[in-house]
Design a binder for this molecule. Structure first.
Ligand SMILES: NC(=O)c1ccc[n+]([C@@H]2O[C@H](COP(=O)([O-])OP(=O)(O)OC[C@H]3O[C@@H](n4cnc5c(N)ncnc54)[C@H](O)[C@@H]3O)[C@@H](O)[C@H]2O)c1
Length: 465
């Protein structure tokens, strides 16, 4: 097994940044260079003020502070980093296609292909290429074909090493990973490459947690893991609707079923719906792959997870409208939270975007407060939907940096993200500031119904009648 000294990671995003920071911290003898074509992102990774790192994750700034400039580097000099590295991680985005065949379902692999072509163009020495991005099963075949046809006699080993971190707990997930999955060819050189990558992770993880498989099992396992996790959320969310009609309480149902060791207690929290860049995209991709093999029943089964999630977001918005006497026109609705979950500044596919869009269609006046998400991001999320003009979005929705000011004179508050600070607010003072009757719609189930009712709020909690 070959020990390596230089790693390059293409893509300095939510996966590339934290993953490479953790490798750099645990492997001081390896130089880790993270490259990106986005100059602004790289500048922020290199910024003196660590509060401005482009990815917010608890514990990340400390690791970056310790390693940056020592053995962790961020740069836009992509070709140089590829040329010098013995192992190259591809950690670029793989969004759902928005055009052509597979539009709306298949993964857009143009960024991956560009990386492969760039590696093929630049590489002068043998490399191990690691797919860290989430990819459809059999993508490694395409990457290999591009790399093997450079005509320069350079040898490439392609590994699949999907990332299982969750945003908000990325650093902890990386430091204490349940498992690391490494897929590669079952040839002698394939085995050697898998062992080299395993050796990197063995710097801080027990060997038993590092699983080796063939490439296709590894690629598919990542999609399946996300599909199973999202399925649990949609399953409990479907039950939350039933609880609201039957006087059952979804928290009690979750607890009762979660105690069954065959079911387990994790991922059974009902909410306004899952978001994030991965769950929806990866399930749609799974659906597309199943359909492309003619497995329509399999495709329909998994698609239902997305349909249920859309229903939950729509149901939450509809409930706000019907509770506010069937009209939210010109009513001020304060959103606490915009990120798709707490402890991240990532907003991709956040439920807040879709609930806001539905309420803005009814001419509501929305005011958003989120402790980590910028005004620029919030408007970009809404503009991206294209439901109305950017000017109209800015007219109807305002972003305010102070939670008390945000709820002043509001008809209702919608809790969209489970940020811890929301639990500790002075809810009596908030009640005083709001118009009466003062409504709170708790899409994250973080507050106590009895306490909120005692203050005087009309309080709605998902999954409780
Ligand atoms: N975000 C998560 O929680 C998570 C978890 C596990 C897996 N994944 C997967 O990891 C991959 C990356 O996700 P992310 O959230 O880090 O995406 P991201 O959008 O945050 O980052 C991707 C980065 O790649 C850069 N990039 C694109 N093409 C490039 C090129 N040719 N050369 C150099 N840089 C290029 C982009 O500028 C961007 O900064 C995706 O496939 C995703 O599905 C994400």
């Amino acid at each position: 097994m070959k020990k390596i000294k230089k790693i390059c990671c293409i893509g300095a995003g939510y996966v590339g940044g934290p993953t490479m920071a953790v490798i750099a911290k645990n492997c001081p003898e390896i130089d880790v260079t993270v490259v990106d074509i986005n100059q602004k992102r790289i500048d922020l990774w290199n910024h003196n003020n660590l509060d401005l790192l482009p990815v917010y994750e608890p514990g990340l700034r400390e690791i970056v502070k310790e390693t940056r400039g020592g053995n962790l580097f961020f740069t836009t000099e992509v070709d140089k980093a590829i040329d010098e590295a013995e192992m190259i991680f591809i950690s670029v985005n793989t969004p759902t296609k928005t055009y052509g065949k597979g539009k709306g379902q298949a993964a857009d692999l143009k960024f991956i292909e560009l990386c492969a072509r760039n590696i093929a163009k630049v590489a002068k020495t043998d490399k191990i290429v690691v797919e860290k991005s989430t990819l459809p099963v059999r993508t490694a075949e395409a990457v290999k074909s591009i790399l093997d046809n450079t005509g320069k006699g350079v040898k490439f080993e392609i590994l699949s090493n999907p990332e299982f971190l969750a945003e908000g707990t990325a650093v902890d997930d990386l430091l204490n990973a349940d498992r690391v999955l490494i897929g590669g060819d079952e040839t002698k050189s394939g085995q050697e490459a898998k062992d080299t990558l395993s050796w990197i992770y063995e710097h801080w993880l027990p060997k038993e947690r590092i699983l080796q498989t063939n490439v296709w099992s590894s690629e598919l396992s990542k999609l399946v893991a996300n599909a199973f996790l999202a399925q649990r959320v949609s399953s409990i969310n479907s039950i939350s609707a039933l609880c609201e009609k039957t006087d059952a309480n979804v928290a009690e149902v979750s607890k009762a079923i979660g105690f069954d060791s065959r079911i387990g207690s994790k991922f059974l929290n009902s909410s306004v719906g899952f978001g994030g860049s991965c769950f929806q995209k990866d399930i749609l991709n799974l659906v597309y792959i199943a359909k492309s093999y003619g497995l329509n029943e399999v495709a329909n089964y998994w698609e239902q997870v997305i349909i249920m999630n859309d229903y939950q977001k729509r149901r939450f918005a509809d409930n706000i409208i019907s509770t506010l006497y069937n009209t939210v026109s010109d009513k001020k609705i304060c959103f606490y939270g915009w990120a798709f979950k707490k402890d991240t500044n990532d907003t991709r596919e956040s439920a807040a975007i879709y609930v806001a869009d539905a309420l803005l269609e009814e001419k509501a006046q929305i005011v958003v407060y989120d402790p980590k998400v910028s005004e620029e991001t919030i408007y970009a999320d809404l503009d991206y939907l294209g439901t109305r003009s950017p000017e109209e979005n800015r007219k109807l929705l305002k972003v305010i940096n102070d939670p008390m000011e945000a709820c002043n004179d509001a008809h209702a508050i919608a809790i969209m993200t489970e940020w811890d600070e929301f639990k500790n607010y002075d809810w009596i003072a908030i009640f005083e500031l709001m118009l009466k009757p003062a409504f709170v719609f708790d899409g994250r189930r973080i507050l106590t119904k009895e306490k909120m009712n005692a203050i005087g709020f009309k309080y709605y909690k998902i999954g409780q009648s």
